[in-house]
Design a protein around this ligand. Structure first.
Ligand code: CA
Length: 415
């Protein structure tokens, strides 16, 4: 859940200074003239009406904190916005995550069953969010949530939003839900096994095991129930499909009228059927789990050239968790695969498909074998990995995009 993800920011030290100008007439400025703009910005928040509701010992947790430049450098570099959608889905819904997800579903069967019943959200969708947000709890983020949010409260264009998030985060610690010294998360302040923003915590997180704490970091039950609660409140209904891959009439040659259609322009399956749309295998749209009145919109994530889908309000519920179509498609694809379904049938419009994590690690291992210093083999497209990919692409005469795909992997495998 990354609420800051759609805004492209320009962050610089200058911006921090200019946007944290002192508030005229504040007594504290007179009393402490040596505060720098960042400190003054935090002090303004601390002495605001909402800030005064946080205790002095809790505020002491951010006393002396300095802005984190690494947080600012992440502002416009999120993978789902820079990778082609077929790369994103390939790495997020890969075989390894399907295998892990099936294991977790077995291991936590009682929790998943209870959560599904209580919040009317199917276990596989909750498991898919868990798998993609934190690799089933393994990667919850290494940034200090309080420091990240303090930084974003006083730099960048959405300071008002992040100040609310910082106050929400401080209240989480103050209320004893998460210990301050364990409070780590993403650069944007999302934390826990399913990456909640602190503000969302206060209106959607639940205490599943009843111990008085909503522990989204160390308690899988609390995290999974909170995610199910979020999806339920966003409109997810169990037993309703998120949608399905479809065939449009006329094959590839005759254009289907898509003008004015979109995933939010929903029509009944009966109407889509009248227009000649079928499931991807040619069977009728209406089935035991999808009645003729079910409303769905046409979703073409890569245009008419790629896979085509009809998607329901359940798809929108997942989209609200992290507003990116690539993210949403990866979640529903992974959930389908956890139910035993297959990958999408129609090919993506590319001749160079994306890599799974296993394939990314293989690329990294082959780069190291060719003498590149890329750091650990971790399946992450770090700047060093991308540079090495570019160097190899130049060497073998591929466009030096820094994006590793199947073509690069095949070339590196060759002796
Ligand atoms: Ca709890």
């Amino acid at each position: 859940m990354r609420s800051s993800s759609r805004t492209v920011w320009v962050a610089s030290a200058l911006l921090i200074v200019s946007l944290c100008a002192p508030t005229p007439g504040m007594a504290s400025d007179v009393a402490q003239p040596r505060l720098d703009p960042f400190e003054r910005c935090l002090q303004t928040l601390r002495t605001s009406r909402r800030g005064r509701k946080i205790s002095v010992p809790t505020w002491a947790l951010v006393r002396g904190v300095r802005p984190d430049t690494a947080v600012l450098s992440h502002l416009d570099a999120q993978p789902e916005f820079t990778l082609p959608i077929w790369d994103y889905v390939a790495v997020m819904a890969d075989d390894e995550r399907v295998r892990d997800g099936l294991e977790r579903l077995t291991q936590h069967r009682a929790i998943f069953d209870a959560v599904a019943t209580r919040y009317d959200v199917d276990a596989e969708t909750v498991a898919a969010v868990w798998g993609i947000e934190s690799n089933f709890g393994r990667g919850q983020g290494t940034f200090s949530v309080l420091r990240s949010l303090a930084t974003l409260s006083c730099a960048g264009r959405r300071q008002t939003y992040f100040r609310g998030e910082l106050l929400a985060a401080l209240r989480i610690v103050q209320a004893g839900h998460i210990p301050a010294d364990r409070f780590l998360g993403s650069w944007a302040g999302a934390f826990g096994q399913t990456q909640f923003m602190p503000g969302v915590f206060w209106w959607r997180a639940v205490d599943f095991d009843g111990d008085g704490r909503r522990d989204l970091m160390d308690n899988a039950g609390d995290a999974l129930a909170s995610t199910a609660n979020y999806l339920h409140q966003a409109g997810w209904r169990r037993g309703v499909p998120w949608g399905f891959e479809v065939q449009l009439p006329g094959g590839d040659s005759v254009p289907f009228e898509t003008l004015g259609e979109g995933r939010r322009i929903r029509r009944s399956l009966a109407e889509w059927s009248r227009r000649g749309v079928t499931r991807i295998d040619g069977t009728p749209l209406v089935s035991a789990t999808a009645d003729s009145l079910l409303q769905a919109g046409l979703f073409l994530p890569a245009g008419l050239a790629g896979p085509r889908f009809l998607v329901t309000s359940n798809f929108s519920a997942v989209f609200s968790y992290n507003a990116a179509e690539s993210y949403t498609l990866a979640i529903v694809q992974l959930a389908d695969r956890l139910r035993g379904g297959g990958a999408f049938v129609r090919a993506w419009p590319t001749d160079d498909l994306g890599l799974s994590r296993a394939e990314r690690r293989e690329v990294q291992t082959l780069l190291i074998a060719r003498g590149h210093d890329i750091g650990p083999v971790d399946a992450l497209l770090t700047p060093r990995t991308r540079s090495a990919v570019q160097a190899e692409q130049r060497r073998i005469g591929q466009p030096a995009t820094g994006r590793p795909g199947q073509k690069l992997l095949a070339a590196l495998r060759a002796p």
